[in-house]
Design a protein around this ligand. Structure first.
Ligand code: C2E
Ligand code: MG
Ligand code: MG
Length: 970
């Protein structure tokens, strides 16, 4: 259908119609169905951007519709016509220039009576401008809404009275209320009481001045928690009239906390620095730019600011400090550095400083911490003094001695000089201590120290090594006599009587000397050897001095090594007990056993108590050893009891030190309780020396023992000086006559009368008498006749192991004497080669050269060679030596004008008498030496047959007597 659109030509007032259309921007068209003619108003042409004389078909008309809307508009148009219903549609048109505009079209119809459409009328309004405004508004609204809603801070608006008009969800979340609960409520409810006044004030300020306000306040949540806010209030002004207040509240709780803690920290540090008890400063270019009060006080200034650091430092320490400052600049930190500082008044203080390099306002600076360590330095000096000095005598101590010796040894080594050390030991000092008490012992030591010091040459020092031991270092020894003389002087000085609290004390001392380089070149070696020499000196009796290598013999070497090992002997279980029966002289029944201590030394074999008990006493070890003996013996006694054996008395030897122990009674009671031995079966053997100076203490103790029915016997009676009446006063039960009386009983008439006298007196005083050391039938018979109560001796039995006692006790009596002579450690002589038995003993010098694989350097001991062959020799000596191939002996002798040095070790021994032994030695010789020896010995055999031994060291006389004699002298 082709219909032309033409200009509207209705019979309305076209002019006014057009004006109306223009004002409303409304285009009008109509389509005459009868004429099939469409007409446009002017404004239509305006809207479409066309000239008004333009005409087109209706299809062309559709072409103006935006392609995206075209089909929809076309369909709607035809639908409206078909359905004859009015319709409204909105679409875009594209003007000729390409401009897109929005239009709203209303279509309606005019119908006849038959409802046939005569005319379709359309009205198009250009709504493009509205659309744009609307779009912009929508966008803006979204924007504001988004700013409002998505703001991380709580955003709200209030009316002029402070009631909420709106709020975002952050506010809801922060305060824990819903929007409904918030809106219309006053902001007062949301402010912490403490901050309310201030908040109201700010709000009113906003309202009054119409100026935005910013302030911090504290909110309070539904649950009562406080939240810190920074709030901005902005007046909402519409038409120059305030209608409310817009608010943004920023949660600054976290920030506040940080600020708070920063302030606190800053305050803390400030107060630390300012009130610090250490001096603190900041310096730039070596000038103080800050100093705290303490530092000012320390240095005695009102303020140090502006002063040069160096000025405060002691001139002698300045260089060192400057050095340190340079190092600091090189990036090292400086701590624990000590220097002296000078106060304003000139006094010197000791400072310990810790410096750090920092950057202060872009410049390098030093932050320093300064401690006044003057007191500490003094304390350190004192400590140093105490560490190196003996508190009692104020003499330098062992540590100082070792330090000094070490230094002087190095000096003397460098100058190739001789150096000697002298160890001075007060003889029996323990005895003074034990008998007269420690205060007197201490005073004695002080006086000895004083005497020693007064005798020194320039540059010499006396050290107190501990206890009663002193030492002197003698540098650059030129002559041996020097030392000997000095030792003699010292001994003389100590021998002069001491007067202490009314006591006149006569003291002796022993001196051990060792020298470098001969006796060693280290502190340890020299000390060890001087100690060994000291032992030797002591073994020779009091007031002796002894140089180490010159004459330290085998016996003192042994004592020295025993004294080293005794402490460990108990731990290692090397100690054990033997028991010796005591027999009733008339009934011949065993009435008691004496416990006797033994030591099985790993190198020296079985060591007799006479050798190590004095060491134990000297070192104080006797206390713990004695306790062990008592316990062990009681346990053993209990075992015998449990075997149903007769209950005999058990005797245990006690040393004086044990008796003087504070808790000795407690110890005895405890052991009795532990072991269950009946108290009246226990006897304690003491010696006279126990109460010479401790009569009161010992008497008291004996009374206590008596209360417990424990017996006490006096051992070795006759070797001391006590009278029998004293013994009675002490309430002793038994006296044991010393073996030395019995030994010479049959040869010495005087001994007989002494013994008779003792037995008689003891009987009158109600004491039992025991004779010790009975070896022969004659001795026994005599004592039995004299009615000596009990007999103890080899005649009946040697000391034996506990098992042997079981056998003895089960037989009850000892009718057959000496049944229990245990086989002695005698090894059969299995030599193959010949031996020459010498008529007169060959004299030899014997020493130990190797001890457990290391060589030792000892003086030699005189021995008597009984026989000799190329394979070995047999000799006699007064020293107990072990059968031990770890101990290599060296013999020096002269046979037919030839000096022989022979090496070998002991393969058997035999006890010839008290402390006299015979040994078999197997040589360790090279073949050549052995051949030589064979030759010499062949000659010797021939010469002996002829009755003369020229150029040979022999001893004409009884070697045993000679050995006894030598022992007395040593
Ligand atoms: P002691 O108490 O006088 O003991 C007797 C000593 O004489 C024992 O020597 C014993 O073997 C020895 N003896 C007894 N009869 C004869 C004899 O017929 N001929 C010979 N040649 N000797 C005889 P031992 O066992 O060598 O003890 C020596 C000393 O050691 C004891 O003399 C005692 O004073 C001391 N001793 C032993 N054990 C202990 C102990 O456990 N504690 C203390 N403090 N001293 C002890
Ligand atoms: Mg005894
Ligand atoms: Mg005895």
């Amino acid at each position: 259908m082709k219909q032309m659109i033409k200009r509207f030509n209705g019979n309305v007032n076209v002019g006014s119609f057009n004006i109306v259309q223009k004002l409303a921007n409304l285009g009008y068209w109509e389509f005459d169905h009868i004429r099939r003619e469409a007409s446009w108003s002017n404004q239509m042409f305006e809207i479409y951007g066309m000239k008004s004389d333009f005409s087109m078909t209706i299809e062309q008309f559709f072409e103006f519709v935006h392609p995206e809307d075209r089909q929809r508009v076309n369909e709607q148009f035809h639908l409206a016509i078909e359905s004859k219903k009015e319709s409204v549609s909105e679409y875009r048109i594209v003007r000729q220039g390409g401009e897109v505009r929005y239009v709203v079209e209303n279509i309606t119809f005019i119908r006849n009576a038959e409802n046939e459409i005569l005319l379709t009328i359309g009205m198009i309004q250009d709504v493009t401008d509205n659309k744009k405004i609307q779009h912009r508004l929508t966008l803006e609204e979204q924007l504001y809404k988004s700013i409002f809603e998505n703001n991380p801070d709580a955003v709200f608006s209030l009316d002029a009275q402070g009631r909420f008009l709106s709020c975002n969800s952050v506010l809801e979340q922060v305060f824990g209320y819903t929007k409904e609960e918030i809106i219309n409520d006053s902001f007062h409810k949301f402010v912490d009481a403490a901050a309310l006044d201030k908040t109201i004030q700010y709000f009113e300020q906003t309202v009054k001045t119409l100026n935005p306000q910013n302030y911090d306040t504290t909110g309070i949540t539904r649950t009562g928690q406080t939240v810190e806010f920074n709030v901005t209030n902005i007046p909402i002004i519409i038409n120059k009239k305030l209608i409310g207040v817009y608010g943004i509240a920023k949660d600054i709780t976290q920030q506040k906390m940080i600020e708070q803690s920063l302030t606190e920290t800053e305050l803390k540090y400030r107060s630390i620095v300012e009130q610090s008890i250490v001096g603190i400063f900041v310096a730039q270019k070596n000038n103080f730019v800050y100093s705290n009060d303490q530092l000012n006080k320390m240095f005695g200034y009102d303020s140090l600011i502006g002063m040069d650091i160096i000025q405060t430092i002691h001139p002698s320490d300045r260089e060192a400090v400057v050095n340190q400052l340079t190092k600091l600049q090189e990036g090292h930190s400086l701590s624990n550095f000590c220097h002296r500082a000078i106060k304003q008044d000139g006094t010197i203080i000791h400072c310990e400083v810790h410096y750090n390099q920092v950057s202060n306002m872009g410049e390098q600076a030093i932050v320093g911490v300064v401690l006044d360590v003057t007191d500490r330095s003094k304390a350190e000096e004192l400590n140093q003094y105490l560490a190196y000095h003996d508190y009692l005598t104020e003499m330098p101590n062992r540590r100082m001695f070792e330090d000094q010796l070490d230094k002087q040894l190095r000096v003397s080594e460098y100058f190739k000089q001789r150096l000697a050390i002298m160890l001075i030991d007060v003889d029996r000092f323990k005895y003074v201590n034990d008998t007269l008490g420690h205060p007197i012992g201490d005073e004695l030591l002080k006086q000895i120290a004083f005497r020693l010091m007064s005798n020194l040459r320039d540059g010499q020092t006396v050290f107190r090594l501990g206890g009663d031991e002193f030492a002197i270092i003698i540098a650059d020894v030129k002559q041996q006599n020097e030392i000997k003389d000095m030792a003699a002087t010292i001994i003389r000085l100590i021998n002069e009587q001491f007067l202490i609290e009314g006591y006149e004390l006569n003291v002796t001392a022993s001196i051990g000397i060792s020298q470098s380089p001969g006796d060693g070149s280290s502190v340890e070696q020299l000390m060890k050897n001087a100690n060994a020499a000291l032992y030797h000196a002591k073994s020779r009796g009091s007031n002796q001095s002894q140089c180490y290598s010159a004459s330290l013999n085998v016996q003192s070497f042994k004592l020295f090594s025993l004294s080293n090992d005794l402490r460990k002997a108990q731990e290692r279980g090397e100690l054990f007990l033997h028991y010796m029966p005591r027999v009733h002289s008339q009934t011949m029944e065993i009435v008691g056993v004496e416990a006797l201590l033994r030591w099985n030394h790993p190198d020296w074999g079985l060591v007799a108590p006479s050798e190590f008990i004095p060491i134990a006493e000297e070192t104080g070890l006797i206390v713990s050893i004695g306790e062990w003996v008592l316990r062990e013996a009681c346990i053993q006694h209990k075992r015998w009891q449990s075997l149903g054996l007769p209950s005999v008395t058990l005797s245990v030897n006690f040393s004086v030190q044990q008796l003087l122990q504070q808790n000795i009674l407690h110890t005895i009671d405890q052991i009795i309780e532990e072991t269950g031995i009946s108290q009246d079966r226990l006897e304690i053997e003491i010696t006279e020396s126990s109460f010479i100076s401790n009569e009161n203490a010992v008497t008291e103790l004996l009374l206590e023992l008596k209360k417990r029915k424990i017996k006490v016997s006096l051992d070795d009676f006759g070797t001391g000086y006590s009278s029998l009446y004293l013994l009675k006063r002490l309430a002793l039960d038994t006296i044991k006559i010393d073996r030395s009386f019995i030994e010479e009983l049959m040869t010495d008439r005087r001994n007989k009368s002494i013994i008779e006298c003792i037995i008689q007196l003891a009987g009158e005083l109600g004491m039992q008498v025991v004779a010790e050391g009975v070896e022969t039938k004659e001795q026994f018979n005599y004592l039995r006749e004299q009615r000596c109560d009990e007999i103890q001796g080899y005649y009946f039995s040697r000391p034996v192991e506990p098992d042997s006692i079981v056998q003895l006790l089960s037989r009850r009596s000892c009718k057959e004497p000496a049944l229990f002579m245990p086989s002695k450690e005698v090894l059969v002589n299995r030599r193959k080669s010949f031996r020459i038995d010498l008529k007169h003993c060959l004299l030899a010098e014997m020493t130990i050269t190797m001890f457990k694989g290391s060589s030792v350097k000892l003086g030699s001991t005189e021995v008597f060679v009984r026989n000799i062959g190329p394979g070995g020799l047999r000799f006699m000596v007064g020293v107990k030596l072990p059968v031990n191939s770890d101990i290599l002996l060296m013999f020096k002798t002269k046979i037919l004008n030839q000096m022989y040095v022979l090496f070998g070790f002991i393969v058997w021994y035999n006890e010839l008498g008290k402390d006299i032994y015979e040994y078999g030695v197997q040589f360790q010789l090279k073949e050549k030496q052995q051949d030589e020896l064979v030759n010499t010995l062949n000659f010797l055999a021939i010469k002996q047959r002829d009755g003369m031994l020229p150029q040979t060291q022999v001893y004409v006389g009884d070697p045993i007597l000679r050995i006894k004699e030598l022992k007395k002298h040593n």
